[in-house]
Design a protein around this ligand. Structure first.
Ligand SMILES: NC(=O)c1ccc[n+]([C@@H]2O[C@H](COP(=O)([O-])OP(=O)(O)OC[C@H]3O[C@@H](n4cnc5c(N)ncnc54)[C@H](O)[C@@H]3O)[C@@H](O)[C@H]2O)c1
Length: 259
């Protein structure tokens, strides 16, 4: 499978390295980034084999089966229609861009018309597989509890404290740094209005912890992820970058495991 990458930051580089190490059976045809500095952080032997551009018009002309967006919400808004409209599948990491129902509807409509797919990896959380299965019957409740060190929430507290308890629709606006996780969970399950989000400032934590609890006709499951940061971007959980690789592996594999 021929892939193109929008955004050669932390996630983009993790994906490119995985392709070069043969972890996933793809060929990186072209890398597009407005800033070349991230690309320069790749090993020299990788750089010498790759086509880089800072011009989207050049990028989109390349022969690619799928474009992996690992850049920003702005990039999703700016480029997705050209990718899907050009008959290419797209993987979106900056899921926050899809909170806007009108924009999301446009992209899904375009994908349908062009017979291409939009892939949203699980990102920094686990349990999306179980939630998707559960959705075929009744789901009574989906709760995401995100606990972070107070400094990363801009809060000063010596004790563990709930700083937000509400629903994803509001949480994505009040806590934009948490938007990808809340949005992925809401899109996979009961939507932004019904997905409950709790945010906890915990001075005992060094890393982010996401817990997902789902109740439904199937029973109950809860899953807790203690994330470590990515090798060169502490703001991005390593699991999120790995979920992009896992999605490419799933697309290319004849054996499909999990929902
Ligand atoms: N789905 C998830 O769970 C999840 C988890 C972590 C991060 N993310 C999202 O994935 C995206 C990438 O994360 P990262 O850690 O690799 O970020 P990063 O900051 O390390 O890299 C982003 C790269 O994209 C480039 N870029 C940004 N906007 C661009 C544009 N409009 N045109 C061209 N290039 C552009 C930047 O120059 C940079 O090199 C972010 O939007 C982040 O919020 C999603």
């Amino acid at each position: 499978m021929k892939i193109g990458i929008i955004g050669c930051g932390n996630i983009g580089r993790v994906v490119i390295r995985a392709v070069f190490e043969g972890v996933v059976d793809c060929e990186v045809v072209c890398v597009f980034d407005a800033d070349r500095r991230g690309f320069e952080k790749l090993p020299k032997e990788v750089i010498s084999c790759l086509l880089f551009t800072d011009k989207f018009d050049f990028f989109i002309m390349q022969d690619m089966d799928i474009v992996v967006e690992a850049a920003s919400q702005e990039a999703v808004r700016e480029f997705s229609a050209f990718v899907l409209g050009g008959g290419k599948d797209m993987m979106i990491m900056s899921v926050g861009a899809l909170v806007d129902a009108g924009f999301r509807g446009q992209l899904v409509g375009l994908a349908k018309e062009k017979k291409v797919k939009i892939y949203i990896p699980s990102g920094a959380i686990a349990g999306i597989d179980g939630l998707k299965s559960a959705m075929s019957a009744g789901v009574g409740g989906v709760v995401l509890t995100t606990s972070k060190p107070p400094s990363s929430l801009g809060v000063d507290t010596k004790t563990k404290r709930i700083i937000y308890d509400g629903y994803a629709e509001e949480a994505v606006r009040l806590f934009p740094k948490n938007v990808n996780v809340s949005a992925t969970l809401a899109l996979a399950g009961v939507g932004f209005e019904k997905t409950r989000v709790k945010i906890i400032a915990d001075p005992n934590l060094k890393e982010n912890v996401h817990e997902v609890v789902v109740r439904g006709d199937f029973g109950t499951f809860s899953v807790r992820v203690e994330n470590v940061p990515s090798p060169d971007n502490p703001k991005t959980s390593y699991l999120a970058a790995l979920s992009a690789i896992a999605t490419l592996k799933k697309i290319t594999s004849p054996l499909q495991i999990g929902t």
